[in-house]
Design a protein around this ligand. Structure first.
Ligand code: 5GP
Ligand code: MN
Length: 312
């Protein structure tokens, strides 16, 4: 199970942890929980994120501690569905002799030397909880807070269909520690900056509904992104608007990027990871993404046709 990964950790002293680009609650909560756990084992450990992710709003609630790593003897990718999601940090990963990949995306192809991929986990945070238990690390308040951020984020505070008995059992143990889980949930799910709400307003003005209400989308152009200087973390929840329509089976959020469109998909049943994978992306059955190198209009037509084929 965790034997190889535990050995890799035990025999290393300088460990770099790499969450996926466009950070979210799961990759950050999992990475920093692991980092704090490794520090408790006496290791040097550091989490490295993309430059543009450094001011993500999640850092307001993530617990961290000071520690630096010079030359890593182990690099661990966390919550990273494929190696390209490491973006500019691919070099750090590839240049290390020992690599580990801990993830819950079913489309993960096992790109590391040691891989632990469990698509049944609602969040990578569930796997990190079990790994820390396996390593006999004493979970403390800060580690518990980070793990709770991870699991609550990816399970939609225990409401998505990926939520299991184990998800609740782990969360139950975590809230036994001393941190304000109610504040954490309010921060992640119920709190917006003014800018986030203005972005939602712009996005909603682009709402398209088709296929008798089974498909819906919103689009955010580069013009809007530049106007508000919007970051990925500020745009993170946009796809939930088309998804929230009662008749919708597949929801899209199209974000214009340099040379193409980043597509986010959400489903209330059909497996959208198949569509994402076909276009070089990946993810989960009900939440996936990919990037198409073409104008928005063309990307929309392709995605709508794919969705139509899946739901009809
Ligand atoms: P989001 O729509 O929130 O960006 O991503 C939804 C899910 O799909 C996340 O679990 C994310 O990791 C995954 N995902 C999004 N875009 C990509 C992509 O380009 N490649 C892969 N492999 N996974 C993606
Ligand atoms: Mn995740």
């Amino acid at each position: 199970m965790f034997t190889d990964i535990a050995n890799a950790i035990k025999t290393s002293n300088n460990i770099i942890i790499l969450p996926h680009k466009s950070v979210d609650g799961d990759c950050l909560g999992s990475s920093y929980a692991l980092k704090l756990g490794l520090l408790k084992m006496g290791k040097n450990a550091e989490v490295i994120v993309e430059e543009k992710d450094k001011d993500a709003k999640f850092f307001t609630i993530i617990k961290d501690a000071v520690s630096t790593v010079s030359t890593p003897d182990l690099v661990i990718a966390v919550d990273c569905g494929d190696i390209d999601r490491l973006q500019s940090r691919c070099d750090i990963f590839k240049s290390c002799e020992k690599t580990v990949n801990i993830d819950h995306h079913g489309t993960n192809d096992g790109f590391a030397m040691f891989n632990y991929i469990d698509a049944k986990s609602s969040a990578t945070g569930e796997i990190i909880y079990c790994l820390l238990e396996y390593l006999q690390v004493d979970i403390d308040d800060d580690i518990a807070q980070n793990l709770y951020i991870a699991i609550s984020s990816d399970s939609g505070r225990f409401s998505y269909s990926n939520t299991t008995l184990r998800t609740h059992e782990i969360a139950g143990k975590l809230i036994g520690f001393n941190f304000d889980f109610s504040y954490i949930n309010a921060f992640i799910f119920d709190t917006n900056s003014q800018k986030e709400l203005l972005l939602a307003k712009e996005a909603l003005s682009t709402l398209e509904v088709l296929a008798d209400g089974k498909i819906a989308s919103v689009t955010v152009t580069k013009k809007v992104i530049n106007k508000y200087k919007a970051t990925d973390s500020e745009l993170g929840g946009i796809v939930n608007y088309p998804r929230s329509i009662d008749t919708v089976k597949i929801a899209f959020y199209f974000k214009e990027v340099d040379g193409g469109v980043k597509v986010s998909m959400r489903s209330s049943g059909p497996d959208v990871s198949v569509i994402a994978k076909k276009y070089g992306g990946g993810g989960h059955e009900r939440a996936s993404g990919c990037t198409l190198n073409m104008p928005v209009k063309k990307a929309k037509k392709i995605m709508y046709d794919e969705a139509m084929a899946v739901i009809c």
